[in-house]
Design a protein around this ligand. Structure first.
Ligand SMILES: NC(=O)c1ccc[n+]([C@@H]2O[C@H](COP(=O)([O-])OP(=O)(O)OC[C@H]3O[C@@H](n4cnc5c(N)ncnc54)[C@H](O)[C@@H]3O)[C@@H](O)[C@H]2O)c1
Length: 261
């Protein structure tokens, strides 16, 4: 039997990239998916899931807005009779300004979506997952949250916050049988990073992308989605409060010049 047959799953940021790939994989493994995003394209994700024979409904919402998050959880209850798995994945990057260029308004916006968003999802979603007796929450952090150098200052700080949120939520949910884990993707080709890939292809330097990690390539959304499904599944039944870098090995070394071969 597929790993998520009969499971009610919410994925935020499901219109594009990692969220879309995850929503598709959850549905392919039997889940009833609520695909949420602020972009109307989330309807296309649901259409693709249905075309492949899966179950999904979409909701256009703002993952950083508490009223919208409450409505999202209510939609899962109304559609699927409960909630088993929550993947808090929606995020924004904020470009590449430095600390002195990034405004207070930009900090607030990025923290609201990237950090307060997953916090709200857990606050409103976890009580419903607890009612099922068992479940899992997964959050998308970033290698930018482990060390600065991949994204704007506010982005890095927001993702460091998500790493902290994962461990504190796992502990605040002690004794409930609800696990909370996170993923730190490296450079993945998605809507968020498309300009990097497009620019490199235009200049003919796309073979340089991802050269800082030992696998020497960028990742694809499905390579993160598969890890999200693992962490949400019973295969990870004893994994809790952890954040897993999925970055081709980028975060495994200091930024030294790689040895010549
Ligand atoms: N792509 C990478 O290299 C990379 C690396 C590390 C972490 N991440 C993280 O992965 C997650 C998914 O991003 P992605 O790379 O798939 O990018 P993406 O831009 O392709 O997808 C992000 C989705 O989130 C949605 N979104 C943004 N703000 C929202 C809001 N307020 N409410 C609801 N939806 C909202 C967007 O509309 C978009 O569909 C993000 O949290 C991102 O920070 C990405």
């Amino acid at each position: 039997m597929a790993r998520f047959t009969g499971k009610s799953v919410i994925v935020t940021g499901a219109a594009s990239g990692i969220g879309r790939a995850s929503a598709m994989l959850f549905a392919a493994e039997g889940a009833s998916v609520i695909a949420a995003d602020k972009a109307a394209g989330v309807g296309d994700t649901v259409a693709a899931i249905k075309a492949a024979g899966g179950k999904a409904v979409s909701m256009e919402m703002d993952a950083g807005n508490s009223g919208d998050v409450k409505e999202l959880i209510a939609l899962a209850l109304q559609t699927n009779g409960g909630l088993d798995i929550l993947y808090a994945n929606a995020g924004i990057s904020g470009g590449t300004p430095n600390l002195f260029e990034q405004t207070e308004e930009q900090w607030k916006q990025i923290l609201q979506v990237n950090l307060i968003g997953p916090m709200l999802a857990i606050q409103f979603g976890a009580p419903e997952i607890i009612k099922r007796g068992k479940g899992a929450i997964v959050c998308t952090a970033s290698v930018a949250g482990l060390r600065y150098g991949a994204g704007s200052p506010a982005y890095s700080a927001s993702k460091a916050g998500v790493i902290s949120l994962v461990s504190l939520a796992a502990n605040n949910l002690a004794g409930t049988n609800v696990r909370v884990n996170g993923i730190c993707p490296g450079l993945i080709e998605t809507g968020m990073t498309q300009p990097i890939f497009d620019r490199a292809r235009e200049k003919g330097t796309d073979d340089k992308i991802g050269q800082l990690n030992p696998l020497r390539r960028a990742g694809q959304p499905e390579e993160i989605a598969k890890v999200a499904l693992f962490l949400a599944s019973d295969d990870a039944s004893y994994v809790n409060g952890q954040v897993l870098p999925v970055d081709g090995g980028l975060s495994s070394s200091l930024p030294i010049v790689p040895p010549r071969r």
